[in-house]
Write a protein that binds this ligand. Sequence first.
Ligand code: CA
Length: 228
Amino acid sequence: MAANILIVEDESSILELISLNLHQAGFNPIRAISAEYANNLVKETIPDLIVLDWMLPGMDGIEFAKRLRANSTTKNIPVIMLTAKNEEDNKIKGLDVGADDYLTKPFSPRELIARIKALLRRRSPELVDEPIKFSGLLLDPRSHKLQANNKNINIGPTEFKILHFFMKNTERVYSRNQILDKVWGNKSVIDDRTVDVHIKRLRETLNNSGHDKLIQTVRGAGYRLSKD
Ligand code: CA
């Protein structure tokens, strides 16, 4: 599952150039020629990141960024603003309304791709991470696939996140709170027993191949992924 990147840009040549480069970099570009059009798109599909032009006819980039931030389902989408203006106060205005990064036109597509990857790595590391192997398990964060002994395994999104975290940090014990923090984010208000529920599901998911035994309970401490 490649990351969905929404590009909002009214100049079609720039829109096509960005789209082509994103596609070549392994992303799934979604094109929008206006903020109004983009605004309708995000109601149906939440993109993983938005590349947003500042100067747009009708609703401009600043106004659209404000709307995104004001809505609970879109407020956390990372936004990179594009602008032809290279003035410091514009940059501050862009960051003020919630843009995560800022790029001045003309920019090189390579620079944009690098910024997108950096932002995704920070916000959604599973979308840019390399596949990981551990004891017969193969987890591919980008395609969201899990294999056990070369067989595809169906796994829920939260279980996938927990397993991904454990596979990046094997043999170490993590408390329920630490797992909550790493998997749900520190803003979560979820009860730490939720972790137990998902660990149980994760073990059930891995039960057929015998990999459930890798998920170990450490009494009084938490959980770990271990071969021992
Ligand atoms: Ca423009």
